[in-house]
Design a protein around this ligand. Sequence first.
Ligand SMILES: *Cc1c(COP(=O)(O)O)cnc(C)c1O
Length: 365
Amino acid sequence: MSGGESLEFEIHPNPAAVSAAERSALLANPGFGRVFTDHMVTIRYAEGKGWYDARVEARAPIPMDPATSVLHYAQEIFEGLKAYRVDDGGISMFRPDANARRFRESAHRMAMAELPEQLFLDSLTELVKIDRDWVPSDPEGSLYLRPFMYASEVFLGVKPSSEYLYVVIASPVGPYFKGGMAPVTIWASTEYTRAARGGTGAAKCGGNYATSLIAQAEAAEHGCDQVVFLDATEGKYVDELGGMNIFFVFGDGSLLTPPLSGTILPGITRDSIITLAREQGREVREEPYSFDQWRTDAASGRLREAFACGTAAVLTPVGAVRSSSGEFVIGDGGIGQVTTQLREALINIQRGRAADTRGWVRRVL
Ligand SMILES: *Cc1c(COP(=O)(O)O)cnc(C)c1O
């Protein structure tokens, strides 16, 4: 029996790890999510046994029985966070405790076993330690960590799985915006929604992404980079993008972001921006904002900036919004001052260049 707060990790270094020369070639231009490190972490769960068999081993395919539950009923959740190379050569993570908590909450919503938060944190530390040489030294690069968990019981009955496999993989990534931050044009979908009341909008589950892809394709057909979803009940209020939260910046310097009413993913970047903006003396409201109001405020100039936010891109300026009823531009369609300033403030904390007065930065090495 285990299931406690911590486990000993069995460590099996990859005997076929890539050479230093090959690794530096891969790190020169990693892009996003295509290059992976030498190792992965796995931890198993079985009902009646708890969490067991924590391992660090060579990253490898996972054999799967065709009747594995996740393939049929999609009990799957994930997280995304980054490890950063700091100026003294060490490595840190940003608010991993918040990811640990959200992972547990996602598991709860999906009726999956809840991984103890300490075990989640230990799993990240183990992987970053063994794959430390994969953390880019490029000041804009980072090691993206992808913890995930799925229903691994071999059974076709519809019920919560009695077995789970938790895995962490890591992928070195370059700057999100090659050649600097650029404003995006977003598509407001009136056809598709992302999350309804009582649904899974607040859980980070693969299923939410599966259902957003058709809207993302619709956005691309209309020449847009991303899709913004409106609420499922009235089709009136702004929720968020497919994988990023959204903020609005007004002429008086105040900010507004849609409230966490259950249909929005509680982003850690969102939460960090609210905190930073308030510390700067800005008013931040968490209130519903209608699409019509958005268009009106953009036209009147009351709205100066809008930006999307998430771990991958940090802050992304929204330059223009398109929908079946036309297009409107925000501010001058460029990169706003407040967006730039908040982005810098957040990145400086993440990279250890500004004082971490809130205990957000966790040193790994
Ligand atoms: C992950 C995610 C976000 C951003 O969350 P962060 O913790 O800031 O990375 C926003 N919306 C959705 C739908 C997401 O899946």
